[in-house]
Structure formats: structure tokens, C-alpha cells
Design a protein around this ligand. Sequence first.
Ligand SMILES: Nc1ncnc2c1ncn2[C@@H]1O[C@H](COP(=O)(O)OP(=O)(O)OP(=O)(O)O)[C@@H](O)[C@H]1O
Length: 233
Amino acid sequence: MSALKVHIEEAGYSPQDIKIHGISFHVNPGELVGLIGPNGAGKSTTMKTILGVMRVVKGNIQIGDDGKGKYAYVPEQPVLYETMTMKEHLQLAAAAYNMTPEQYDEVERELTERFQMQDVLHQYPTSFSKGMQQKLMLILAFMLKPSLYIVDEPFVGLDPRATKRFLDMLSAEREQGAGVLMSTHVLDTAERICDRFILIHGGRMIANGTLDELREQSGLEKGTLMDIFEVLT
Ligand SMILES: Nc1ncnc2c1ncn2[C@@H]1O[C@H](COP(=O)(O)OP(=O)(O)OP(=O)(O)O)[C@@H](O)[C@H]1O
């Protein structure tokens, strides 16, 4: 059983402009895997390769056991329509996901309450703060109930309460068997919550393992993720 299998030999924007090399890992059902690396390391490029939007790719990607798993992608920069209210965004997603009106009503109530967005349901999200926009993107992802979540840098815009709600909801989804691949450079949070880490540097995977495995590889018995990263790069 696997939520995601990634085997990227090479990917980039053109044959002359390969950005990432030799990145192979998997995400098991229920697992939270952190894609870790500094700015420009290749985290977003790796995610875009998994999503199938990079043009030049040698390798293969399998989502779910049969390659047909449902996934939700939460980008770092929210993508929202200017002329639609928050509720209209949710309704559009519900239509795309073939929800019944009853299912929709329940999901709307539950998710807007969780993220404390009930009061802005009829407003236009283009007027929301970055964090509120991100919360809406998360709600749209949670509506789908996918078997794989791909989340790009979730911690930068969210306040502490929203971060906690988000992590609690991810845990609940993981208990139901969803896998999560999450990129971040907020290393202390990543260290606390991820089961495993993929360390990326200069477009290459430099390590892949649990915190204990990475400590062993780096020879830092009690090292933090930050210490380990510094030693391995
Ligand atoms: N649209 C693009 N066209 C060409 N090169 C790009 C494009 N987007 C990113 N790059 C380049 O690809 C490399 C990897 O960038 P990427 O966005 O994957 O890094 P990242 O690890 O996600 O960084 P960050 O933490 O800053 O988001 C960088 O050298 C970057 O300049």
C-alpha cells in the first residue's frame, strides 16, 4: 500500500534547464513526510513534477496503489477567483466533487466553523488576508477527502490557532489513511510533526529518513533537523 511513489531522474523547465535530479521516495498511507530545504532548493519543483506540470521529466510518479489515487494540492500562493464569494468557491468545488446538497451543507458548516470563517462566507476572498485565503484553500482541499495531500509551505501565512486546526485536521485525515507530503522551511515545526524527512539541496535529494535515521547519518546523536541539515550540506 502506498499513497505516493516518486522516482524522478531529472525534471526541469527545458532540456537545457534541468532543476532537480535523483529524487526518489515514497509516502505511506497515514504518513506525514516533510520535504525540507532552503529557498531555491527545488521543493516546489519537486511538487510540480509530482503534479505533472513540469515539461521535462525522466522518471515516474504513482499516486495511490493503482496510480489513480485522488490528491489535493494546496499551493503556497492561494489561487482564487476575483468574481466569486467564498461560498461560491465552496459550491464550485462541491459540484466538481459531485457532492449532494446535504453533503455540501454539512461540509460547509463543519469546515467553516473549524477554520472560523463562517462570518466571511459571503465575502470575496480576493479581499481576504493571505492567511484567510490560505485557510480557504485548505478548506477546498479537505472537502475532497483525498488519499494524498500535497501541501506547499503551509506555516508562513497561518496564525497559531489556524496552524493548530490545520494540523489537527491533517491528523484526523491521516488516521483515515491519507498520506501527506508537505514542503516547509519551518524546521522546528517540521521536526515535531513529520514522520520522515526528504532533505533537498541544490536540486538533489541529500537524505531521506526518520529523525533518528538522519541523526545517525549525520553523526549528530541529539541534533536538531537544522543541525543535521548543516552537517549534511
Ligand atoms: N518558473 C520557473 N522557471 C524557471 N526556473 C524556475 C521557475 N521557478 C523556479 N525556478 C528555479 O528552480 C529552482 C528551484 O526552485 P523551487 O521553487 O523549486 O525552490 P523551493 O525549494 O521551492 O524554494 P522556496 O523555499 O523559495 O519556495 C530555483 O533555481 C529557481 O530559480
